[in-house]
Design a protein around this ligand. Structure first.
Ligand code: C5P
Length: 229
């Protein structure tokens, strides 16, 4: 089976408070999304990369023209949905003629520019013979509290055995399509697979692969990106 990347990049990034979608925010001299596309395009194990873009996106065309290294390696799909879940489902639908049911799809957030080829290869290697698939994730370091309606602690959740999900999340095309079609509303692909009664495998990721969400995340992302050689 081959390995394909699918990048949902059709969000507006409301929590960032910027004037334009956060996937285009410049980080270490390059728009966030372009870091992700360059990483996938430079990874030999990835056959091709598909990017889900909003139908009214006015940024990506110019960026692609200025990126000859992505020619033939990346396809833009102008089929963004109202949620990440919907964008991924639309993307799977749009790429169906080029992918087989048994091929692997690595779904990765445009908002995680710290991903490296090494992490992609680590995930692919760990799941090579896996019957279900899985995701990069990190053991939780904070002590977690569940709160009541008055924002008082109802319970301390033991953090042993708790992991924070990252992306890429890697599943076979057919299984992913089935899971996401059946799920009502999920915030990641693994949840949809879990709803089918299956147990995705957790593969240790990296702190540098965190999701850029709030304004102060920008400085941290730049530290990781400049550090990478
Ligand atoms: O907003 P959040 O950081 O959770 O978004 C995660 C990823 O999903 C981002 O890459 C974003 O562009 C994408 N997304 C999307 N379509 C939406 C909402 C988010 O492709 N409607």
């Amino acid at each position: 089976p081959r390995h394909f990347a699918l990048i949902p990049a059709a969000g507006i990034g409301a929590r960032m408070g910027a004037e334009f979608p956060k996937q285009y925010m410049p980080l270490a001299g390059k728009p966030m999304l372009m870091h992700v596309l360059d990483t996938f395009a430079a990874t030999a194990a990835i056959a091709h990369t598909f990017v889900v873009i909003s139908a009214d996106d006015s940024y990506i065309g110019e960026l692609m023209t200025a990126a000859p290294q992505l020619q033939g390696r990346v396809t833009l799909l102008y089929c963004g949905g109202a949620s990440r879940h919907e964008s991924v489902l639309n993307g799977l639908h749009a790429m169906r003629d080029q992918v087989g049911d048994d091929d692997w799809v690595l779904v990765h957030d445009a908002a995680r520019p710290g991903l490296t080829s090494g992490l992609i290869e680590h995930l692919i290697e760990a799941l090579r013979d896996d019957a279900v698939g899985g995701l990069l994730a990190l053991p939780v370091v904070d002590t977690l509290k569940r709160c009541d309606q008055n924002q008082r602690v109802a319970e301390t959740v033991p953090r042993t055995a708790l992991w924070a999900a990252q992306t890429p999340q890697m599943f076979r095309y057919g299984l992913l399509q089935t899971g996401l079609t059946r799920a009502e509303s999920v915030t990641d692909e693994a949840s949809a697979i879990e709803m089918l009664g299956l147990q995705p495998r957790l593969v240790e990721g990296s702190p540098r692969n965190f999701k850029v969400t709030l304004p102060h995340d920008v400085a941290l992302a730049e530290i990781f990106l400049k550090d990478y050689s």
